[in-house]
Design a protein around this ligand. Structure first.
Ligand code: UPG
Ligand code: MN
Length: 441
């Protein structure tokens, strides 16, 4: 039974967190998904990642904090790290859904969790660090523009005691600790992956019932080294987390390897088909620029794999034009209120209004080149993951004429949990390549 007015929602503001969102999406799909899948993204997310997201998520919704007049008045926007967490609040604008469950992109679903939709707003589990506060990585909410507006007002007046969304939401829903026990989700719906270490006996007793594991904290699954041959993250990198944490990390990586990497392969196949023998299809990347609709004359120097990055196909010359053929971009929505799909668009994916030529025509140096998986193919499963492509050709949901928002803004500085990201990018200029580099050979 499919419920179309309810959704699971996540957020990814950059290509790294997209890897987490893809794993989360596939983990939801593999446990009898009955609700819609929505991912909120910001303009920083690259074209290829949007395409991949559109294969897993029913809706890829672009939100842009800087586009809204409401936000420019928020005093705390001067604190860049809060931009990301404000983005999470956009989920209240998904008013075409009557109820949603938000899940952080660093969560992994281990079982069907449809019963969460029986809970009311605002339901969440205790934060393991301070149980009188809830953790904002998993919560049940009811989209409402009114609530969204009140939240922003609250933010303007009181700020956030932790400088992020969790502090803000806890002070907004301040009666959560005492008002209604039914709004306290059991810990099994937001099991901190490190709790196994901090309270071993409880984990032993209840851990097998866990339904959602949350890799909260500064080190995310994609920061670990994983060996596809042994199917485990390296013991060294797990460190104090112990065996239970390693089990969850292995599961995350297994999902990544079996259900996300093959999506890259299908993308490569599409690209090859789209430009047979085309010299400027570097390893299959045809949409590497920050601007998704570059003109043929625009240089694309930084958008192609850099020299020295190994690739199956040769990288084009630096001054070659961006390829004009290739997979179109997924349609995304950019206007601010409310986040309702346009009529007449293909199922599940909302349309993007024509906004004219974006001034952001420079190529994004962080745009991933096509991932290099030459050394991984042995370990990948041959079967394709269950994904949205099965319900129809995904080209239907894409629109080559899609333009980005005129205001092209970079993500705020790295969050604590992203400290290693610059290092990843230093290894190569592609996220997937960076991910591949975490696979031990
Ligand atoms: O650069 C970023 C950072 C975060 N996110 C999204 O925001 C979520 C929260 O960030 P995360 O790194 O997962 O934070 P946690 O380590 O889980 O830390 C805690 O504190 C955060 C800030 O209050 C809350 O958002 C989390 O739910 C809470 O678990 C992520 O999962 C993503 O969905 C991005 O898309 N890009
Ligand atoms: Mn999290």
């Amino acid at each position: 039974m499919s419920v179309v007015d309810q959704a699971f929602v996540t957020l990814a503001t950059n290509d790294i967190y997209c890897q987490g969102a893809l794993v989360l999406g596939q983990s939801l799909r593999s446990h009898r998904l009955t609700r819609r899948l929505v991912v909120l993204i910001t303009p920083q997310v690259s074209g290829p990642l949007r395409l991949l997201l559109s294969k897993v998520f029913d809706e890829v919704v672009e939100v842009n904090l800087m586009d809204s007049e409401d936000y420019v008045h928020l005093a705390f926007l001067r604190r860049p790290e809060l931009g990301v967490t404000l983005t999470k609040l956009h989920c209240w604008r998904l008013t075409h859904y009557s109820k949603c469950v938000f899940l952080d992109a660093d969560t992994l679903v281990l079982a069907n969790i449809d019963e969460l939709f029986e809970r009311g707003e605002f339901s969440a589990a205790s934060d393991p660090g301070w149980p009188d506060c809830f953790n904002s990585g998993v919560f049940v909410f009811q989209p409402s523009l009114e609530t969204h507006k009140r939240m922003l007002q609250h933010a303007t007046e009181y700020g956030s005691f932790d400088g992020a969304d969790q502090g803000l939401l806890n002070s907004f829903f301040s009666n959560w600790p005492t008002a209604d026990i039914r709004k306290h989700l059991p810990f099994i719906y937001n099991l901190s992956s490190s709790s196994a270490y901090t309270y071993g006996p409880a984990f032993k007793q209840f851990g097998s019932s866990a339904k959602v594991v949350h890799f909260l904290g500064s080190t995310k699954p994609w920061n670990y080294k994983y060996n596809p041959r042994t199917g485990s993250v390296s013991e060294q990198s797990v460190g104090l987390g112990g065996q239970h944490q390693a089990t969850f990390l292995n599961l995350w990586w297994h999902t990544y390897q079996s259900s996300v990497l093959p999506l890259y392969e299908t993308l490569r196949a599409v690209e090859t088909h789209a430009c047979p023998g085309h010299a400027v299809c570097p390893s299959g990347v045809a949409v590497p620029c920050a601007n998704p609709t570059p003109s043929a004359a625009e240089p694309c120097a930084t958008s192609t794999p850099s020299a020295g990055v190994p690739g199956a196909n040769p990288a084009p010359e630096a001054d070659q034009p961006c390829p004009t053929r290739g997979p179109p971009e997924p349609k995304v929505k950019v206007e601010e209120t409310p986040l309702v799909p346009d009529e007449g668009h293909s199922e599940g994916t909302v349309g993007c209004p024509e906004t004219g030529t974006s001034p952001g025509t420079t190529c994004d140096p962080l745009s991933p080149p096509y991932p290099q998986f030459a050394d991984l193919t042995e370990t990948q499963t041959a079967s394709q993951p269950e994904n949205k492509a099965e319900s129809g050709p995904y080209e239907k949901t894409l629109d080559a004429s899609q333009e980005r928002s005129a205001e092209f803004t970079r993500d705020p500085g790295p969050q604590d949990g992203l400290e290693v990201v610059p290092k990843l990018f230093a290894l190569s200029d592609g996220v997937a390549t960076a991910m591949a580099s975490h696979l031990l050979t």
